[in-house]
Design a protein around this ligand. Structure first.
Ligand SMILES: Cc1cc2nc3c(=O)[nH]c(=O)nc-3n(C[C@H](O)[C@H](O)[C@H](O)COP(=O)(O)O)c2cc1C
Length: 424
């Protein structure tokens, strides 16, 4: 069955030349099985007649925020709640600016602010408008917001005669993009309430260990996997606490996030938050060692060689696992060789319930694996009282999707463990 079947979609149309293409988009959405309600900005009505959309959607077209009949029942809120997805195509620079600032001065922008549905924006404008600093700032504001995604703009010839970025993406590409978003939505919904009432503590990112005020040693870690797991756990209804080393990511709003720098600080924060937790997931790449002494002034270049004495950092995962044997603990192992051997060793040595192992470095084609990338593959090793160690591969996909799959596995194993009293 098509992912569009019976999905309730608001198609927002703004005042740009490409508004005529929205009619084709509407036709494709209806053909794919969606129920579509078209909302036009007042400017859009200068470009296309609402009658076309009404005929194609079999629904009245709305554009007036202060429509007395519709608003007798708070029509704008009703529409905002009705939508499974909002698609704005074409999206003008003006409407993008308003949405990015939370301005709600027409029906479409008001619905965007009042709806929890995912929003897809297909920017369409003159190439100079697209490149303008203020427009780029508005676009940047959407980054990191999970509920808003952009498709396009495409490059090419424009109605004004310019050539460059700003054309509306092809309708087929927009349809494919919507399908991907609906798939994601379906996956998010499949997680719903799986971890309701549970408290999760997650560590993410690297730690940094200062040598002097301007230099440090650290581990390679973008934090993307840990943040994706925090988001997925939150989607699954858990109360999530994230203890993060320095990364450039924004934590999901629903997550309590504590930023730390060093392994010692991470250890301290984790133990401060540990009480009443049900599940602990350690994705952070914690530095194994730190300089014995962090100099208070910048070390000057003098000798040809230099030795820095290091001391072992606390082992956060081992300490947590020893501290509370009832806590369901999951570790991560990033290995360049002998993945299974090292992962199993860590699983047993640190008395974990599960370990998620991934290969890092580069594959035989020279492609970088694990670090920084948005995709990954995981091999899970789980302690299971009947089967001994159970192994499962979560194939390569986006880190966000992988995180959702991992959460489902964790729930399964967590429930299995709790059925057995003689565990560990
Ligand atoms: C012929 C014409 C074509 C236009 N095309 C675009 C366009 O493609 N993209 C855009 O951002 N603005 C375009 N504009 C400007 C918008 O119509 C204008 O900024 C308007 O306020 C947008 O209102 P809205 O965002 O509420 O639809 C165009 C204006 C005219 C007169």
């Amino acid at each position: 069955m098509s992912l569009f079947q019976d999905k309730k979609i608001i198609l927002g149309v703004c005042g740009g030349v490409a508004a005529y293409k929205s009619a084709e988009l509407l036709r494709l959405l209806i053909k794919a099985g969606a129920q579509v309600q078209v909302v036009m900005t007042p400017s859009a009505e200068q470009f296309v007649a609402s009658m076309t959309f009404q005929a194609l959607s079999s629904n009245p077209v709305r554009s007036d925020l202060f429509d007395k009949a519709a608003e007798a029942g708070m029509g704008h809120i009703e529409l905002a709640r009705w939508a499974d997805l909002i698609l704005i195509a074409p999206a003008t620079a003006n409407t993008i600016a308003k949405i990015s600032q939370g301005v709600a001065d027409n029906l479409l922008t008001t619905i965007c602010l009042a709806s929890a549905a995912p929003l897809i924006i297909a920017p369409t404008m003159n190439q100079q408008m697209w490149r303008s600093e203020v427009n780029q700032e508005n676009i940047k504001r959407f980054k990191g917001r999970t509920a808003i995604s952009l498709i396009g703009p495409a490059r090419g010839e424009q109605a004004c005669g310019d050539n460059g970025p700003g054309r509306m993406e092809e309708t087929e590409s927009i349809m494919q993009f919507c399908e991907q978003q609906l798939q994601q939505l379906k996956e998010q919904q499949s997680l719903s309430d799986l971890l309701k009432g549970k408290k999760l503590l997650i560590t993410a990112g690297p730690t940094i260990e200062y040598i002097d005020p301007v230099r440090y040693i650290s581990n390679r870690s973008s934090g993307k996997m840990g943040y994706a797991i925090a988001r997925a756990a939150s989607e699954a209804g858990a109360e999530v606490t994230l203890v993060s080393g320095p990364v450039v990511l924004d934590a999901p709003e629903s997550v309590n996030c504590y930023k730390v720098r060093s392994a010692v600080q991470m250890h301290e924060k984790v133990f401060e938050q540990l009480d009443n937790m049900d599940i602990f997931i350690a994705t952070a790449a914690v530095a194994d060692y730190r300089p014995v002494e962090a100099k208070s002034q910048k070390i000057k270049k003098s000798q040809d060689t230099m030795t820095i004495e290091l001391v072992k950092n606390p082992d956060i995962l081992l300490d947590v696992s020893n501290h509370n044997e009832k806590l369901f603990t999951i570790g991560f192992a990033a290995e360049t060789t002998e993945l299974e051997k090292y992962a199993l060793d860590k699983l047993n040595r640190k008395k974990l319930d599960m370990i998620a192992a991934n290969r890092v470095g580069s594959d035989n084609t020279g492609r970088s694996m694990g670090f920084d990338s948005d995709t990954n593959e995981l091999v899970l090793f789980c302690k299971n009282s009947e089967a001994g160690i159970e192994q499962k591969v979560l194939p390569e996909t986006t880190k966000q999707q992988l995180a959702r799959e991992l959460i489902k596995e964790i729930v399964l194993q967590y429930e299995n463990r709790n059925k057995k009293k003689d565990w560990k």
